[in-house]
Design a protein around this ligand. Structure first.
Ligand SMILES: CC(C)(COP(=O)(O)OP(=O)(O)OC[C@H]1O[C@@H](n2cnc3c(N)ncnc32)[C@H](O)[C@@H]1OP(=O)(O)O)[C@@H](O)C(=O)NCCC(=O)NCCS
Length: 158
């Protein structure tokens, strides 16, 4: 799938809100905000992200200009971490893999880290396809599951 990354526009936020309040996506991501549907929290979160020089966020755009989702990098040097979310209607077509490849080509920081719920098979495949390797296992409280679950930590060094 062909995707491009561009700066996040105000008009993208309504799409991100719809995508990140999808119950299936929330369950999959697991480590979400306590109440992802809280619009005031969502707006404040995105206002912070867009103005924080230590955070890079990009809109993932398809060939017809459609907003497929978002991707980003955050965290201090040496602990930079990637994150991404693709709208459910676009799943399984290579969008996340293409978006992460494009991000890795644009961002020189290494190592880069990622974390995923151990049962988030799609996300783990995306990370594996982009060269991340498993470097740890943790337990963490997942708001979307209401309990502690297994989490996989991955790192990209090259
Ligand atoms: C995880 C997510 C980013 C995957 O996006 P996507 O665009 O569907 O991913 P891709 O199409 O690039 O798929 C990559 C691989 O994962 C597989 N895959 C995708 N979703 C899957 C699922 N639910 N179960 C099993 N395999 C899955 C694809 O078949 C593909 O396999 P392949 O490498 O053998 O071809 C997307 O489902 C999503 O945004 N989920 C909600 C938010 C989330 O979980 N973010 C990541 C938090 S760590």
């Amino acid at each position: 799938m062909d995707v491009t990354l561009r700066e996040v526009r105000e008009s993208d936020l309504a799409v991100f809100y719809r995508q990140t309040t999808d119950p299936e996506g929330i369950r999959m991501a697991a480590f979400t905000a306590e109440d992802p549907s809280d619009r005031a929290r969502f707006d404040a979160h995105w206002a912070r992200l867009r103005h924080d020089p230590a955070v890079l966020t990009r809109t993932v755009v398809g060939t017809r200009g459609e907003v497929l989702g978002h991707i980003g990098v955050f965290g201090p040097p040496g602990e930079r971490e990637v994150t991404y979310w693709i709208g459910r209607e676009y799943w399984g077509r290579g969008a996340a893999t293409a978006a992460l490849r494009a991000l890795l080509a644009a961002v020189p920081d290494r190592p880069l880290h990622a974390q995923a719920a151990a049962d988030n098979v799609g996300s783990l495949r995306v990370l594996d396809a982009c060269g991340f390797t498993v470097t740890g296992h943790e337990r963490g409280y997942a708001n979307a599951r209401g309990e502690e679950i297994d989490e996989v930590v991955l790192t990209l060094t090259g």
